[in-house]
Write a protein that binds this ligand. Structure first.
Ligand code: SF4
Length: 345
């Protein structure tokens, strides 16, 4: 017999339709209906439950009828495939769970929250909060949209307020905190802020423009941030591919060495779309395979916007090419398509 347990990195959040299971280590997000959410909750509060007992409990509480217990088995299988649930052989930690739970489902705890659901068809909190933590930045990228708003922000939160903001965001039940700017690495209190966010259970991402980067920063932030997103300067990467790729490679290696996953953001302007394959090739050579493609937002220079903003037709053509192209460089890069899973009985 084996036991089911919730993966340590998974957080559950109750919603009006059931709930969300979010894996902080992989970013996997699963929307679940009420029956599936209750099932996960039962597993969560009991640490480990056998599938047989789980089905008995679901039946006894009326959450599952004989008719849909097959569906429950399918849902369990899918949760296992997605890494939301783990199999825990009862011999592994020396405990014989079968004596505790296995033969008597009455000993299992039933969560209070199997009853009573939120009203309203809106989420209880955002899943991700994007935070422009500073507008300061020494770079001058031609496609920077943050510079367009510079006059609106003459000051930024001090450390005390920033930590309070992190606490508030966590109390709301937000899963991820994406810190950007400006250049967030210019904040001298970034270590404290990310440490607080991470202790509060948030998956923290940092986006950097990587100019004048002190690589020692990654050791300081190690353990606090899940992912470093590099805002690729595609003009520079096209103009001097060798030197820029070598610099990106150093960043990736140092960041990975500090236990931080690395990805890249690539803005979809006319130039980057036209040069997509060589750009992708350089990124892959630098060791970056998680690439997030971003819509081109208007920079401060409106002439530049007019010149570089791709037309609807160009975007449509690019999308078709992306989904059909199986060339080697595309194959080597994991172009991240944020897949959202839905699970119901
Ligand atoms: S590094 Fe980022 S914030 Fe700085 S100028 Fe470039 S795009 Fe703007």
């Amino acid at each position: 017999m084996y036991l089911l347990s919730l993966a340590d990195s998974v957080r559950l959040r109750r919603e009006y339709f059931g709930g969300i299971a979010f894996d902080t280590s992989t970013g996997t997000t699963v929307d679940v209906d009420k029956a599936a959410f209750n099932m996960l909750s039962i597993i969560s509060i009991n640490s480990a439950v056998s599938q047989e007992d789980l089905i008995k409990i679901l039946r006894s509480t009326g959450l599952v009828s004989g008719k849909n217990s097959k569906a429950a088995t399918k849902v369990i299988k899918r949760f296992l495939e997605l890494g939301i649930l783990r199999i825990k052989p009862h011999a592994v930690d020396g405990n014989d769970y079968s004596q505790t739970f296995g033969n008597d489902e009455r000993l299992l705890k039933i969560p209070e929250f199997t009853k009573g659901w939120r009203f309203g068809n809106y989420l209880s909190a955002p899943e991700t909060v994007h935070w422009a933590i500073t507008f300061r930045c020494a770079s001058n990228c031609p496609d920077c949209y943050a510079k367009r708003h510079l006059e609106l922000f003459s000051c930024e939160m001090d450390t005390r307020d920033a930590l309070r903001a992190v606490d508030t965001i966590s109390e709301w039940g937000v899963f991820q905190l994406a810190i950007g700017g400006g250049e967030p690495l210019l904040r001298s209190d970034l270590k404290d802020i990310t440490a607080r966010a991470s202790q509060n259970g948030l998956a923290v991402h940092i986006t950097t423009g990587y100019d004048n980067l002190d690589l020692a920063i990654f050791q300081k932030l190690s353990g606090n941030i899940k992912c470093l997103q590099i805002g690729v300067k595609h003009d520079r990467l096209m103009a001097q591919p060798q030197a820029e790729t070598a610099m990106l490679k150093r960043i990736v290696e140092t960041s990975t060495g500090a236990g931080i996953q690395t990805g890249a953001n690539l803005i979809l302007s006319k130039s980057s779309i036209k040069n997509f394959e060589p750009l992708l090739d350089s990124l892959v050579r630098a060791g970056i395979t998680r690439i997030t493609l971003l819509r081109y937002k208007p920079p401060k220079d409106i002439l530049r916007w007019k010149q570089e903003n791709p037309s609807v037709e160009m975007m449509a053509e690019f999308e078709t090419k992306l989904s059909s192209n199986k060339s080697s460089v595309f194959g080597r890069a994991l172009l991240q398509i944020i897949a959202r899973h839905h699970m119901s009985f």
